[in-house]
Design a protein around this ligand. Structure first.
Ligand SMILES: NC(=O)c1ccc[n+]([C@@H]2O[C@H](COP(=O)([O-])OP(=O)(O)OC[C@H]3O[C@@H](n4cnc5c(N)ncnc54)[C@H](OP(=O)(O)O)[C@@H]3O)[C@@H](O)[C@H]2O)c1
Length: 327
């Protein structure tokens, strides 16, 4: 099968397309023919081996796994003999951060892992970006127990995580204020933000409103800068470690303070989360935002674009070739 492979950490051009052995489903696994996948910030981090901490999971000197790719949409081509809940021909979405392997024509996944039937009415390319940004957004939203009526400020409403967060929060009934650049104000309003602050026109940290939660979905602010935006028991969330990796430490120190605090959850993924996200897509609460789509052959270009840090939502990779049957 064809796959995007790399055998060392480095810039986008360490990745090349190669013929590799097609995987085989174990007794409890599905073999999925991948139609579409994504290149996201998680792939970029593991490809570059940065931050260094990812190498403790992925291989200290060299990556242990050659094929990256976390999320996919495809069709079940074979099932192991113990598989009961999926059948050949099922269209599925899935998330494989950890083992990776979605940047390929075929991927295997245990039937009880982060895999679910594809949302009804979605194409493979629409469905592929359902899980990465969205499961991170969901992890943070659940950790802070955000609920209907709460006021939430999302800094960076246009990334994979931010664009999912705005939609998920709106679906929960939260009152969302989002911050983004001028060109994206209309989009972020359509995603569900009741109020959008133009990052280029105002410094959001001087906003005169206060919030139950400030969710920095691009990891570019700090607790210190955002503290004044929080209500007395408000919560600050950030998707990144923060300056001098302070966010995990602040999360420990502010935990028992009884006042404003930092939460730094370690996002996990499982089948419940993927099934939940599929439900949100089917009910119209969540629609993954797609910026650009590249064929697998151009995956290096896709990496370069994602690394500009300017993508809007998600970058999709079309894996199925024109000769393959359409969705
Ligand atoms: N905690 C985790 O495990 C985890 C996992 C995945 C990702 N992350 C981190 O989470 C962050 C967001 O991930 P993502 O996948 O959503 O990223 P993304 O899709 O690459 O985010 C792109 C968006 O970020 C915005 N942006 C870039 N620089 C900004 C700045 N200085 N201020 C405000 N907005 C800015 C851009 O909007 P503008 O063009 O308007 O600036 C762009 O629309 C990344 O830093 C990533 O490293 C963390």
């Amino acid at each position: 099968m064809r796959a995007a492979v790399r055998t060392r950490y480095g810039p986008p051009d360490v990745v090349r397309i190669a013929e590799v052995e097609k995987p085989r489903a174990q007794d409890d696994e599905l073999l999925v023919k991948v139609h579409a996948t994504t290149v996201n910030r998680t792939d970029c981090g593991y490809r570059a081996g940065k931050p260094f901490i990812v190498r403790f999971f992925a291989g200290l000197i060299r990556p242990r796994r050659a094929i990256l790719g976390t999320e996919f949409a495809g069709e079940v081509e074979a099932v192991g003999r113990r598989v009961r809940s999926f059948a050949v021909g099922d269209k599925v979405i899935g998330y494989v951060e950890g083992p990776f392997g979605a940047h390929a024509e075929y991927v295997t996944i245990p039937e009880d892992a982060s895999v679910a039937k594809m949302p009804a009415g979605s194409t493979f390319e629409e469905a592929a970006p359902s899980t990465e940004g969205a499961h991170y957004a969901l992890a943070y939203i659940r950790a802070a127990r955000i609920h209907s009526g709460q006021k939430v400020l999302v800094y960076g409403g246009t990334g994979a995580i931010g664009s999912a967060a705005v939609q998920l929060l709106k679906g929960l009934g939260a009152d969302v204020t989002a911050v983004c650049r001028t060109e994206s104000v209309a989009l972020v309003g359509r995603l569900g933000a009741a109020r959008v602050l133009d990052d280029r026109a105002v410094d959001f940290t001087t906003d005169d409103r206060t919030y139950d939660v400030v969710f920095d979905a691009v990891g570019k602010s700090s607790f210190r800068r955002c503290k004044r935006l929080l209500k007395p028991q408000g919560i600050y969330l950030s998707t990144d470690l923060g300056p001098f990796p302070q966010n995990p430490i602040l999360a420990l120190f502010t935990r028992l303070s009884g006042g404003k605090k930092v939460l730094f959850p370690i996002p996990q993924h499982d089948q419940e989360i993927v099934t939940y996200l599929r439900g949100l897509i089917e009910s119209g609460v969540f629609e993954p935002v797609v910026d650009r789509t590249y064929p697998l052959d151009d995956i290096v270009e896709a990496y370069r674009y994602v690394e500009t840090g300017q993508k809007i939502g998600n970058v999709v990779i079309r894996v199925a070739r024109p000769a393959d049957p359409p969705h």
